[in-house]
Design a protein around this ligand. Structure first.
Ligand code: SR1
Length: 365
């Protein structure tokens, strides 16, 4: 009888704490207007115009690719939009340039309060951005290279410092003159910016580039495995590989492992996700360092950039989101195995002091 009662009490306590926890989560969501799965510091000032009335219609025209980066980025953007009383209308062309052009045409025709464009090809998007600006629609771009940014707010991760951080680690680990490989693709703004830094490091550190390969597809990780596999079979003495996009990094790691080279070849990547952390922290993983932002925090910060701009409070036309270089050693030292733990170990990833206002605190997943 006594045992039965104790079991019941423990079960009741467990239920109570679960209810208390979910109540906390719900009240924080209600207080800030954020998405249910997200958290935010409560705003300490009311929403200013134009956010203080009916929801503000904003089109988010995406050209996302494979992988967790894009999913988390979208979730962060949606949560921040909800908190700012923005009705975010999202389209995603998924590597189809013609579809992104048509999505953007339709967005312009719908005359939203603003348009956010996430990734895309210069040739396809530039004429339509010019058209949107001419129509008086505010435009914010993320990870897109334009030839004419007149009237446009540009945002990106700090790609140059991301590449520098991880390449400093590469040079520290394998030294000047080492045999190195490069796996990436051209025509994507962030990858092109990282490539410029790579080329400089190759020159400055006399790196011996024994192969360059790579592509971006709808299945980037899988499609890079055979490319890197072939390169490794020709160059099994390569010491380090720079693969600056996590989907490409994962494919590269897989190729290194299937050639049983993980004790000889180090891999340096860019980006982070739960899946990436699983790969990096696996025993004997060749992926030794990555430079990253928290993509959910970046998606949210892009929406804040737009919101501040519509409220007349941005005060600049380019915003870059700082990244951190994260080593395998740092993850081990801090017992980090997922992104939630990484945010605790490296709080600056939350970007909660970047493009914020008292009425617009950062929302995170
Ligand atoms: C195909 S471009 C991929 C990159 O875009 C994002 O900004 C991520 O950092 C990713 O590496």
């Amino acid at each position: 009888m006594a045992i039965t009662r104790r079991v019941a009490v423990v079960a009741a306590l467990a239920t109570a704490s679960i209810l208390a926890l979910s109540a906390c989560a719900q009240s924080s969501g209600t207080a800030t207007g954020a998405a249910e799965s997200s958290t935010a510091t409560a705003a300490s000032a009311p929403l200013p115009a134009p956010f203080d009335g009916s929801p503000v219609k904003v089109a988010l025209v995406r050209q996302s690719g494979a992988g967790d980066f894009f999913t988390s980025w979208g979730a962060g953007a949606a949560a921040q939009a909800k908190a700012a009383n923005i009705d975010l209308q999202v389209t995603d062309a998924r590597n189809d340039n013609a579809k992104q052009a048509s999505d953007l045409e339709q967005a312009i025709a719908a005359k939203p309060a603003a348009i956010i464009i996430d990734h895309g090809q210069t040739d396809t998007i530039q004429p339509l951005v010019t058209k949107a600006v001419a129509a008086g629609i505010p435009v914010v771009i993320y990870d897109l290279a334009l030839t004419d940014t007149t009237g446009v707010i540009t945002t990106s991760q700090s790609d140059a410092s991301m590449a520098q951080g991880v390449l400093d680690q590469l040079v520290k680990d394998v030294g000047d003159g080492a045999k190195v490989g490069y796996v990436s693709a051209t025509g994507f703004a962030p990858l092109d910016r990282r490539a410029a830094v790579w080329n400089q490091y190759v020159k400055d550190h006399n790196l011996n580039v024994v192969f360059s390969t790579g592509k971006v597809t709808e299945s980037t990780a899988t499609d890079n495995i055979p490319l890197v596999d072939a390169a490794l079979k020709q160059n099994p003495d390569v010491q380090a590989i720079f693969a600056p996009y996590d989907e490409i990094t994962k494919g590269t790691v897989q190729a290194v492992i299937q050639n049983n080279l993980q004790s000889k070849v180090k891999v340096y990547g860019i980006d982070i996700s739960n899946a990436d952390l699983e790969v990096i922290t696996a025993p004997d993983s060749p992926w030794v360092a990555t430079s990253a932002t928290d993509p959910a925090a970046v998606g949210a910060a892009v929406v804040r950039t737009l919101a501040l701009s519509l409220a007349g409070q941005l005060g600049k036309t380019d915003v870059q989101f700082p990244a951190k270089t994260i080593t395998q050693q740092f993850l081990a030292d801090n017992n980090v195995t997922n992104v939630a733990e990484l945010r605790v170990a490296e709080p600056s990833l939350k970007l909660d002091d970047v493009v914020v206002a008292d009425w617009l605190p950062a929302v995170s997943e």
